[in-house]
Design a protein around this ligand. Structure first.
Ligand SMILES: C[S@@+](CC[C@H](N)C(=O)[O-])C[C@H]1O[C@@H](n2cnc3c(N)ncnc32)[C@H](O)[C@@H]1O
Length: 217
């Protein structure tokens, strides 16, 4: 990730936004697409499995899978404020013994990160410029299941992202969003031995789950 995008993430996903997102989740529950992802993962079996949650933000996927009996979670996030919010929330709910956190760009940390039974990226691919590096490195860590939420490929999502980036530029922010093509993302996952078993859309988002055939690397 470029220095600018890294700095943009730190500045955008800051303490104020982390606190606002936690408050929103306490009032209204997690995002609908997060719940769709978690339901699809539960259908594959979560109890006793390990989770690697990349860009987990304030930690909704982690908490929901821990409540479903996941054995342990590694959370990696490029935003120190979001990571700290996830850590505090895990502590308050008594999950701390089952969670580990690392701050930083997952693509750079990847060589040092253990594989997990389940890997998730909930609304993360759209925040990262090197989609190929992120998807390939994260897929290589998924022993069984890979779950992802990212924008649908459509002219109106690409237009929305351009408008958002224009407003970021006007505000002087270096953070940019990306509307990566579905086929580009899925072909990288296929090359890593993962096959799609679930896909639903909601608004601008698509929720997809992939599994690795038994015995595949
Ligand atoms: C839009 S937020 C989504 C947070 C959460 N998953 C959710 O759905 O509420 C994107 C998150 O991805 C993180 N992120 C983006 N690129 C990353 C990378 N290369 N490595 C680690 N975290 C990353 C950001 O710091 C941020 O917390």
């Amino acid at each position: 990730m470029s220095y600018c995008q890294c700095q943009g993430i730190e500045n955008t996903f800051d303490r104020r936004l982390a606190e606002a997102q936690l408050q929103r989740e306490r009032r209204r529950g997690p995002q609908r697409t997060t719940l769709m992802l978690v339901e699809a993962l539960r259908a594959q079996g979560v109890a006793g499995r390990t989770l690697l949650d990349i860009g987990g933000g304030v930690g909704a996927v982690q908490r929901l899978l821990l409540e479903s009996g996941a054995a342990g979670v590694t959370g990696i996030d490029a935003s120190s404020a979001y990571l700290e919010a996830a850590r505090q929330e895990a502590r308050q709910r008594g999950f701390e013994p089952r969670v580990r956190y690392r701050h930083g760009n997952f693509v750079e940390l990847a060589p040092d990160i253990d594989p997990a039974d389940i890997v998730t990226l909930d609304r993360v691919i759209c925040c990262y410029d090197d989609m190929k590096g992120l998807v390939t490195a994260s897929a290589s860590k998924a022993r069984g299941v890979y779950g992802v939420v990212f924008p649908r490929s459509a002219w109106w999502t690409r237009l929305g992202v351009r408008l958002l980036n224009l407003s970021q530029r006007i505000k002087g922010s270096t953070f940019r969003m990306f509307a990566h093509s579905t086929e580009d993302v899925e072909s990288l996952l296929r090359a890593q031995g993962l096959s799609r078993i679930y896909r639903r859309t909601r608004g601008i988002w698509q929720v997809a789950v992939f599994t690795r055939a038994a015995g595949a690397a």
